[in-house]
Design a protein. Structure first.
Length: 212
């Protein structure tokens, strides 16, 4: 396994599990971490589509990914409304891009466009609904579980880093039987675990937790 695979796999596993099981309870801390990972993967994928390098195969790919990740992390930490948009938009983008990559693997640019459109729809819906607790629970459970399972699959050698070129869903669909089943199981378990916090004292998504 390459060093790049170890780093990305470890980030996916650790951040994914934290976001999946504690996305609501520690929202203001975990969302920036999740936004960084999402930006890292998306930026590297965009670099690959534009410049033709492999995923995380060059300094440029890493650079664009890290910069985009840091930008999204800072924005989601400082701005309340941006945090809402990122929380929903990241899920929609991953789903749209992943399924497009599965249906038409060669249409990379079209996949990114579809991912952005679906992400915008999810972001708008999350914003208009005012981020209800249940939405945060299941968004974080679904996306965090996808990342964690991808991390495990990378470490087990069932998928390679290049299989994430279409996002987290692309990695799951590469090893479709084990990947998708494990994703569903972890997502449901994480969502049910988070429901224990509903009604308790939760930091969650209060505007007062943000500077802007």
């Amino acid at each position: 396994m390459s060093l790049e695979g170890i780093v990305v796999g470890l980030l996916a596993l650790v951040i994914g599990l934290g976001w999946a099981f504690y996305g609501l309870k520690v929202f203001t801390i975990l969302l920036p971490l999740w936004a960084f990972f999402f930006g890292l993967l998306s930026g590297a994928d965009w670099a690959q589509s534009v410049f033709g390098d492999g995923l995380f195969a060059s300094v440029l790919s890493w650079g664009i990914g890290v910069v985009l990740g840091l930008v999204l992390a800072v924005i989601s930490y400082l701005w309340y409304y941006a945090a809402i948009v990122i929380a929903g938009g990241a899920v929609g983008y991953a789903l749209g891009l992943g399924f497009m990559d599965w249906l038409a693997p060669s249409a990379e640019v079209l996949g990114i466009v579809i991912g952005l459109v679906v992400g915008a729809v999810f972001a708008a819906g999350t914003f208009l609904l005012g981020v209800p607790v249940w939405l945060v629970i299941w968004f974080s459970a679904i996306s965090g579980a996808a990342a964690a399972v991808n991390g495990v699959l990378i470490f087990l050698g069932r998928i390679h880093l290049a299989d994430l070129h279409g996002g987290l869903m692309s990695g799951l669909l590469t090893d479709s039987v084990i990947g998708v089943i494990a994703w569903i199981v972890v997502a449901v378990a994480a969502g049910l675990w988070q429901t224990r916090d509903v009604g308790r004292t939760i930091v969650a998504i209060e505007r007062s937790n943000y500077r802007y």
